[in-house]
Each structure stands twice: as structure tokens, then as C-alpha cells.
Design a protein. Structure first.
Ligand SMILES: *Cc1c(COP(=O)(O)O)cnc(C)c1O
Length: 377
């Protein structure tokens, strides 16, 4: 008989979520309209200290609407982190625009500002114009060098979409991620730090943009008693039921961050003395929600490599996963322009995401760490 599975990152409900869902049932607000949606938007905006928020059906939908709001069209170039999940860049393809992938710097593993500036200059030289937008990702909760990236974007007057799908609650100098860019994106998919089962949000200081996002997300209905449309719309709104779950989850978000950070500290304490193992440190002023705990295994200095470790965990029914495969290595995105420095290729080869749920027990943590130690001693 196999052991009960330990998941990478599973949903972790608090105590209020079900009350909010029951309230939606009791009042019959079972649709993508309703009081929980409005309240969730307000509470999420408050948490992040930003003025405006639209609750949407997914983080991917939020990125798609952000691109439309910024006027990204066919054949426009959009700069994007290469080291990310495909949800970041699929919407560029939805717009028939061209992604231009930028590699990572080794400290935070996110978009390299030096490479970004070189790439913008090169695109201007090659195409005669600046890229239309930049999508910068904060992977695994670790903040990108967002202050440096914003300065470069301002210098070239290119708007920035911040993909904070994995980084809700992370900060740089006390300011929440998702609020540095012109538009910020969050995800509440089942594996994220908090979940609405599926959902996302778009935030901005620009009220008109967020109003536009709500309009586009509800099939772009013109103000008329009948159904009239002057633009192509989408069915991208969050449901009132899911927003109820989100309201409950927001109340425990800071606890979830604490638990995820404690997981990371434990892995680091137990494993960092082993040769060839390393962990990403927070630069000064950076605070990561440590959505996923990740370890780098340098096979030249360790008794094992990433894949043998992953398989050893898998044989004990413990879910671990390689880091994201860079977009410039993906069959579907490999044909697009990219600016590489080898950092994300190495991270993909050597990096492993370890079980990181805020509901991970001490017993589970101990069994994972013991198994890893066995592989290297
Ligand atoms: C999860 C995720 C998305 C997409 O969010 P969904 O809500 O799943 O559509 C986008 N970018 C990153 C980096 C993500 O991790």
C-alpha cells in the first residue's frame, strides 16, 4: 500500500470561507455579480494599499485584459520574463503579439535588469520602435528587482504589467508587489498561496483602466437596456461564490505567509550544510511570501542531482517538481526573440520545488528532510 501523498501546494481553507459561501447561497447571489465580488475587490485593494481592483476568473485573464488595456495588438512586441509559467505569456499570443523573452539574474531568479535594457535598445535598433509593454514576474514569491526595472521602463516610456500571481503579500521596502507596475496581477488558482478555487485580479492606481477591465470581463456591454456591443468582450468575471471563498482566505493570508516562510526556514536549517545544496536568499529590503520552497542542487558538488532526488521523493509519494522550464526552451515559444545569459537554463537543470503547503505538518516535513538527507549521505 502506498503512503498518503504529500502535495507540493494544496488548498488550505480557514474558518470563514464557508460562512461567506453559505451567505451567497442564502441570499441567492449565485452568479458573476454580487456583494462578495465588490467586497473582495475592496478588501484585496486595501491589503495591497492600491486604489482599484477588478476580480476576475483567473490570473491569465487578468494579464490578457492588461495587454488589451495597454493597446497591445497583432505584431506588437511585448517583453516578458523567460523564467516563468506559461500563463504569463499565453495572453501575448492571444493578442497575436510577439513575446520577447528576457533571462534572469542569479540573485532573485527574476528578470535581469541589465539584459532588459540591452534588449530594449536592441529591439529599437532592429524594429525601429520600443516594445509595447513589459511583463515582469515575481517567481515563487521572490520579488524581482522591480525598482531597477521600473526605472528602465520609465526611461523608455514602456508600461509595466507586474505578474504577482505567485507573490501576493511579498514586499520590497514595505511596499506590496503588484503595486509597482502600471498594472498588477494576482492569481487565486488552487495551488497559490490563497485560493478561490480559480480566480484572479487586476489592480492599478488608474481607475479608468480597472473600470475598463470590468467592462471587458463582462462581455463589453454598452450602457443600453438591450444587449448592445461596440467592442469584443470576454467572460472573465469572478463568481460571487468564489469571491466569498476569497474573502475568507484574505483573512488568513498573513498566517499562510508565516507558515510558508517557516517551511522555507526549516528546509534551509536542515539542509544548507550539505555540499552542493543552496537556497535563494532575500536581498536587503526584500520580503518573499516563500510560496514554494525551492532548493538548488549542484551535481558537481553533491552526491545526488535534482532528478535522482525528485524520483526518490516520488517513490515515497512526495510531490516535488523541477523549477519552471524557461519559455525560450519551450517548443511553442522557442521561435520568438530571446535574450539569454544561461541563468534560467541552469536553474531549470538544478532546481527543485519541495512540498510547501501552509498545511504541511511537522511529521511530513521531518519525513521529507530525512529522505533528502538519505540521498546525500
Ligand atoms: C498561476 C500563474 C499565472 C496564471 O494564473 P491563473 O490564475 O492560473 O490563470 C500566471 N503567472 C504565474 C507566474 C503564475 O504562477
Amino acid at each position: 500500500m502506498s503512503k498518503p501523498k504529500i502535495y507540493l501546494s494544496s488548498p488550505h481553507m480557514g474558518t470563514k470561507e464557508f460562512d461567506y459561501v453559505k451567505e451567497a447561497f442564502d441570499t441567492n447571489w449565485i452568479s458573476p455579480v454580487g456583494p462578495h465580488i465588490t467586497a473582495f475587490e475592496k478588501e484585496l485593494a486595501q491589503y495591497n494599499s492600491i486604489s482599484h481592483c477588478a476580480a476576475l476568473s483567473s490570473g491569465t485573464a487578468a494579464i490578457h485584459l492588461a495587454l488589451i488595456i495597454l493597446g497591445v495588438q497583432q505584431n506588437d512586441e511585448v517583453i516578458c520574463s523567460s523564467f516563468t509559467f506559461s500563463g504569463t505569456c499565453n495572453p501575448i499570443a492571444y493578442q497575436k503579439a510577439i513575446p520577447v523573452f528576457i533571462d534572469s539574474e542569479p540573485e532573485t531568479w527574476n528578470m535581469d535588469p541589465v539584459l532588459l535594457e540591452q534588449a530594449i535598445e536592441d529591439r529599437i535598433k532592429k524594429t525601429g520602435k520600443a516594445p509595447k509593454a513589459i511583463i515582469v514576474v515575481h517567481l515563487y514569491g521572490m520579488p524581482a528587482k522591480i525598482v531597477e526595472i521600473m526605472a528602465i521602463a520609465r526611461k523608455f516610456n514602456i508600461p509595466v504589467i507586474e505578474d504577482a500571481a505567485e507573490a501576493l503579500g511579498s514586499t520590497v521596502n514595505g511596499r506590496k508587489l503588484g503595486t509597482f507596475g502600471d498594472l498588477g496581477v494576482y492569481s487565486f488558482n488552487g495551488n497559490k498561496i490563497i485560493t478561490t478555487s480559480g480566480g484572479g485580479a487586476l489592480v492599478s492606481e488608474n481607475e479608468a483602466w480597472i473600470a475598463k477591465a470590468r467592462f471587458l470581463a463582462t462581455q463589453a456591454r454598452d450602457p443600453a437596456p438591450h444587449y448592445q456591443h461596440s467592442e469584443i468582450g470576454f467572460n472573465y468575471r469572478l463568481s460571487n461564490i468564489c469571491a466569498g471563498i476569497g474573502r475568507g482566505q484574505l483573512q488568513v493570508l498573513d498566517e499562510r505567509i508565516k507558515a510558508r516562510r517557516a517551511n522555507f526556514s526549516q528546509y534551509q536549517n536542515y539542509l544548507s550544510d550539505y555540499k552542493g545544496f543552496s537556497f535563494a536568499k532575500e536581498p536587503i529590503g526584500y520580503f518573499s511570501n516563500r510560496w514554494l520552497s525551492t532548493i538548488i542542487i549542484d551535481p558537481k558538488h553533491s552526491k545526488c542531482d535534482r532528478e535522482t532526488l525528485r524520483l526518490a521523493l516520488d517513490s515515497e509519494n512526495i510531490e516535488a517538481r523541477p523549477l519552471w522550464k524557461p519559455m525560450h526552451q519551450q517548443p511553442v515559444f522557442g521561435c520568438y526573440p530571446n535574450y539569454q545569459n544561461g541563468v534560467s537554463d541552469r536553474l531549470f537543470d538544478q532546481g527543485l520545488c519541495l512540498p510547501s503547503g501552509s498545511n504541511l505538518t511537522h511529521v511530513e516535513m521531518t519525513s521529507i528532510v530525512d529522505l533528502i538527507k538519505q540521498q546525500v549521505s
